[in-house]
Design a protein. Sequence first.
Length: 372
Amino acid sequence: MKVTIERSALSKALGHVQSVVERRNTIPILSNVLLQADGGALTLTATDLDIEVSEDAPADVAGGGATTVSALTLFEIVKRLPDGAQVRLELSNADDRLQISAGRSQFSLAVLPDDDFPSLTTEDLDVRFSMPTDDLKRLLHKTRFAMSQEETRYYLNGVYFHAEPDGDAPLLRAAATDGHRLARLDAPLPDGAGAMPGVIVPRKAIAELSRLLEDAEDNVEIAVSPSKIRFGFGPGRLTSKLIDGSFPDYERVIPKGNANTLRVDTKDFAQAVDRVATVSADRTRSIKLGLEADNLRLAVNNPEAGSALEELAVDYGGDAIEIGFNARYLLDVAQQIDGETATLRLADPSSPTVIVDEEDERALYVLMPLRV
């Protein structure tokens, strides 16, 4: 293998793929990146056996071939090379070393055989469709905060995607919940996605995909099977195993008859919650909302740290209610609201509250109350 590649192209591709590599590995080759030179490109691939990220980078290939080398070491070397440098990669058959040179800098890295590098097979990805990158980014960004972090409830450790028949306007729906809060987002159903099975994309894949999509082009190519999903964006691809489990019937916890409607300025509300919550207990982060005609009272009473109280003028004409929430959860939802006004639909102190964005009818959030 003999390749010459511009430093920025190599650095960008390495930056995209190497983050999937676990820093502590009991299988040495999983610390490596697979380099494959063919045609006019160098393809870089990294995996942790659950997720695989690969990307093509334009290169001058004088000799094809493949090998694997430490992902972190190669990334750190390339990152420190001068801008505009031409990086030469050459595999020496004599001593099984990858020779790296740029200007007067020379490095020699140990390699492992490319035949030993594991690959996530994608032969059964029968459902294929394309969707706008912005739609996918929105679905990920506005649901990922609600994913569970508890490994015992593994089926909640991701975002659930499924097709939702909705009359003349079928939807691609994404949902995430940790049992305390729920985020549900809709996007137009892409052509070809109607046959997609309901799939749970795991938390690490969601994080990697969100990062990779920042540099993605107009559309993302998606291929799905009951056990794997692949996202293709420009020269890059992410393939992930899916969570093998059943996502709960989350629609059952979305209340339909909450009659008390509160409209509040999103920014003012978030700032008030943040201020008042500074004295709340670290474990519960509980805050009490007191509602009466056009007035919202936010209160925290922490016997160890003190108390806090703030009032906001709001649009509210329902019954007088006092209800408690986790302040961090309220702030997480407030950060997802794009419009100036957030609408909270409440029933009573022990029932879930629905929060919607006045400017995005396709977004819906549910918060379970706390007893305070």
